[in-house]
Write a protein that binds this ligand. Structure first.
Ligand SMILES: [Zn+2]
Length: 274
C-alpha cells in the first residue's frame, strides 16, 4: 500500500502539473481513506508539519464554513448550477455540491468503463455529442479522457498529495477540493480518437486541438485555459480542457478572445445577464 500510493503520487506529480491533475493510476490512490487534512500521520515520510496559514483580513461574502483548512482566500460561489459559474483558485463550489442530472454522453472515451469520470451534466453532454459528431465529419474523431469528478474524489486525491508533499506544494499541482472545474460536471478533457496526447502538452498544435480552438464555441464550449492567459486563469495552456458555458457566452468569449474570468467580471460590472 505504502509503495503503490507513493508510486502513484510520483507518477501523477510528474505528468500532471495542470488544472486537470489526472492521475494515471487512480485506483492506487483511491484505496486510501480520506482523513481530515493535516491530521493524518505521514506514512512514507517523516511527519511534515503543515505550516499554520496566516489569515488575510476577512472579506465580505466569505464562505461561512470553509472546507477543511486553508480556504481563507477562496470564496464559495453563489450560483453553482449556472452554465457560466466561475470556478478557479479563488472561487469554489459549496461544500458537498452535487451537480444536477449527470448523464453519460454517447461519445467515445479512452476507456470503456461506465464510471464517474465519463459523466457530464445533461446539457453539456448533449452539446458534446454534437461537437464530437461535427469533428468526426471533419475527419478528426475525438475521445473523452476525463469529465466529471466528484468532490469526494477530488478531496481524496488532494489529501493524498498533502500527506505526501504538504499542502503548499500539493496546491501547486492539484486543485483544492471544490476548485476543480471537473467538479461542476461542465468540463471535460478530450483528445484525438487514437488516445495519444491525453491531457498532455503534446496535444497542442494537433489538428484536433486546432479544430477545437476554432469550433468548440459553436457547441457552447470554450477552451478554458488559453495560451498566454495563465496570469488570469491561474493555469497554463490546456488545449484539451473544454468547459461548457452555453452557446451565447461561448460565442462572446470566442469573439472577444477573453477568458471566463474576464467574461464573468464584465457581466458583474455591467449588471447584465447577457
Ligand atoms: Zn481538465
Amino acid at each position: 500500500m505504502k509503495t503503490s500510493l507513493s508510486a502513484a503520487i510520483m507518477i501523477t506529480v510528474m505528468i500532471s502539473l495542470s488544472a486537470c491533475s489526472l492521475p494515471k493510476n487512480e485506483l492506487a490512490v483511491k484505496a486510501d481513506p480520506a482523513p481530515v487534512i493535516g491530521t493524518s500521520p505521514a506514512k512514507a515520510d517523516p511527519p511534515k508539519a503543515i505550516p499554520p496559514k496566516v489569515s488575510p483580513p476577512p472579506k465580505v461574502n466569505k464562505p461561512p464554513q470553509p472546507a477543511a483548512g486553508g480556504t481563507d482566500d477562496i470564496q464559495a460561489v453563489a450560483d453553482p448550477e449556472s452554465d457560466t459559474v466561475l470556478i478557479n483558485k479563488q472561487h469554489m463550489l459549496p461544500e458537498g455540491y452535487l451537480p444536477a442530472e449527470l448523464v453519460y454522453p454517447n461519445v467515445k472515451f479512452t476507456f470503456n468503463e461506465k464510471i464517474e469520470k465519463r459523466m457530464l451534466r445533461k446539457e453539456a453532454a448533449d452539446a458534446l455529442e454534437d461537437l464530437f459528431s461535427a469533428a468526426s465529419k471533419d475527419g478528426l474523431p475525438l475521445a473523452g479522457v476525463s469529465a466529471y469528478r466528484s468532490h469526494e474524489r477530488q478531496k481524496t486525491l488532494f489529501e493524498a498529495y498533502v500527506r505526501k508533499d504538504g499542502e503548499k506544494k500539493a496546491r501547486t499541482y492539484s486543485a483544492y477540493p471544490g476548485t476543480s472545474e471537473h467538479e461542476t460536471g461542465l468540463a471535460i478533457d478530450v483528445t484525438g480518437a487514437d488516445g495519444k496526447c491525453s491531457a498532455t502538452d503534446c496535444f497542442a498544435g494537433t489538428p484536433e486541438a486546432k479544430w477545437l480552438a476554432k469550433h468548440a464555441h459553436e457547441y457552447g464550449f470554450i477552451i478554458r485555459y488559453p495560451e498566454g492567459k495563465d496570469s488570469i486563469t491561474g493555469y497554463k495552456y490546456e488545449p484539451w480542457h473544454l468547459r461548457y458555458v452555453g452557446l451565447k457566452p461561448a460565442a462572446d468569449i470566442y469573439d472577444q478572445d477573453i477568458t471566463l474570468e474576464e467574461y464573468v467580471s464584465a457581466i458583474e460590472v455591467s449588471g447584465k445577464v447577457h
